[in-house]
Design a protein around this ligand. Structure first.
Ligand SMILES: Cc1ncc(COP(=O)(O)O)c(C=O)c1O
Length: 414
């Protein structure tokens, strides 16, 4: 079959594939614990549901402006004032079908073929593929100190004459780490000095723990004129548990928003009207669901960290936010794809291989689900890996007997 070079270079979303595998196993009655999930399990705010239903009831479900309805832009203006202390105009805003499309359309608006986009490792799985979709070259940068915190000197070293943009996602998927203010300041300054676009993917910025506040990139910028290359992306998926509504947005210079709007108008015509109405209601409504989600996720993070503390073979960096932890399992197995498959096969626990996020030896574990899943999932993982664990484990009324050992650092032996 004759397929495009770009099309053939794009891999399937590892996280979505895992969801499918877990769903198939569950449908067969397998006792799967899903620690791979990328979405909160709580319900969206009731106002969002009522507002969507209200529009449906009118039957007037039509095309909207490609860059979003005025009421959504007004809600985003308020949001930006509240969380970024910055007043933006409607012309600085474009709403899209999820923050995923926001990132994609921003890249399409700025990238020429062969231009490079830098982002720290570990990174969200879609960044390299999105850059490739634009004909660009992804440049993932690993911290030389081996930590999950990017360092400005590592980013600087990778800037070339082809570099067009830097993408920063903090708090980060998959590590949950919130990058310090000094780092964000240094990235803003580096991008302004070198004339690079800076895409801040802030999709998790309200799901932060321990009283921490995400640094505000605008506060470090020396040029907030219409020439600014600072791009802020956000959305309702994670904060309001509205993943299925597919609403995200971009704040950028008027010129960039105009170009993004032109591109988007030929792709989707704009985000679905019903979903925009739901997003307006979520953004303008009482924010109690956000705080209760945040508290639940903080509690889940604490539970997972306590379990990992009692697990000698693994190393974990305490997440500051999100619902992910990125855990170093290399003591047991350096090939993360093999390890994730092993845990799924042996004890029916879904995790995501670190290699999908650019780092081998790690697994991403999600704490978006129930506390019981975290506790039982960790018990199963520990049982599967620890050679000193008892021979048997009960999963419900099913008895598992261990007839294998995970050879430390070297995979399974029968
Ligand atoms: C870092 C990051 N950015 C963007 C997105 C996309 O969010 P949305 O559902 O709004 O497309 C995700 C979703 O997993 C994410 O983890």
């Amino acid at each position: 079959m004759s397929l495009s070079l770009i099309g053939r270079s794009i891999s399937q979303s590892a996280t979505l594939k895992l969801n499918e595998t877990a769903a198939i196993l569950k449908a067969k009655g397998e006792p799967v614990i899903h620690l791979g999930g990328g979405e909160p399990k709580s319900k969206p705010p009731v106002e969002a549901l009522v507002s969507a239903a209200g529009l449906l009831n009118t039957g007037e479900v039509r095309y909207t402006a490609s860059d979003g309805i005025p009421a959504l832009k007004q809600a985003i203006i308020r949001y930006t004032e509240q969380y970024y202390q910055r007043v933006v105009a409607p012309e600085n805003i474009i709403a899209s079908s999820g923050a995923k499309q926001s990132v994609m359309v921003a890249l399409q608006a700025i990238l020429n073929p062969q231009e490079e986009v830098i982002f720290p490792v570990p990174y969200w799985v879609s960044y390299p593929e999105m850059v490739k979709l634009c004909g660009g070259i992804p440049v993932p940068v690993t911290s030389e100190d081996g930590s999950l915190y990017p360092r400005i000197e590592d980013l600087e070293r990778n800037v070339t004459t082809y570099t067009k943009a830097v993408i920063i996602n903090s708090p980060n998927n998959p590590s949950g780490v919130l990058y310090p203010a000094e780092f964000i300041q240094a990235v803003v300054e580096m991008c302004e000095k070198r004339g690079l676009y800076l895409i801040m993917d802030d999709i998790y910025h309200r799901l932060v723990f321990d009283g921490k506040i995400p640094p505000n990139p605008y506060s470090f910028s020396k040029d907030l004129s219409d020439n600014s290359k600072l791009i802020i992306i956000n959305g309702v998926s994670k904060t309001y548990a509205m993943t299925g509504f597919r609403i995200g947005w971009t704040i950028a210079s008027k010129k960039l928003v105009e170009v993004m709007t032109n591109i988007q108008s030929h792709q989707t015509s704009g985000p679905a009207s019903v979903n925009q109405f739901a997003a307006v209601a979520a953004l303008n409504g009482v924010q109690t669901s956000v705080e209760s989600l945040r508290l639940k996720l903080e509690n889940n993070r604490n539970i997972l960290m306590a379990r990992l503390d009692g697990f000698d073979g693994v190393k974990a960096t305490k997440p500051d936010g999100t619902f992910y932890s990125f855990v170093d399992f290399s003591h047991y197995e350096k090939d993360s794809t093999k390890l994730a498959q092993y845990l799924l096969d042996k004890v029916r626990v879904v995790t995501v291989p670190g290699v999908e996020f650019g780092l081998e030896g790690y697994l991403r574990m999600s704490t978006a689900g129930a506390v019981k899943d975290i506790i039982d999932g960790m018990e199963r993982i520990q049982w599967a890996l620890d050679p000193d664990a008892p021979n048997e484990l009960y999963i419900g009324d099913r008895k598992l007997t261990r007839d294998w050992t995970m050879a430390v650092g070297g995979g399974e032996s029968a």
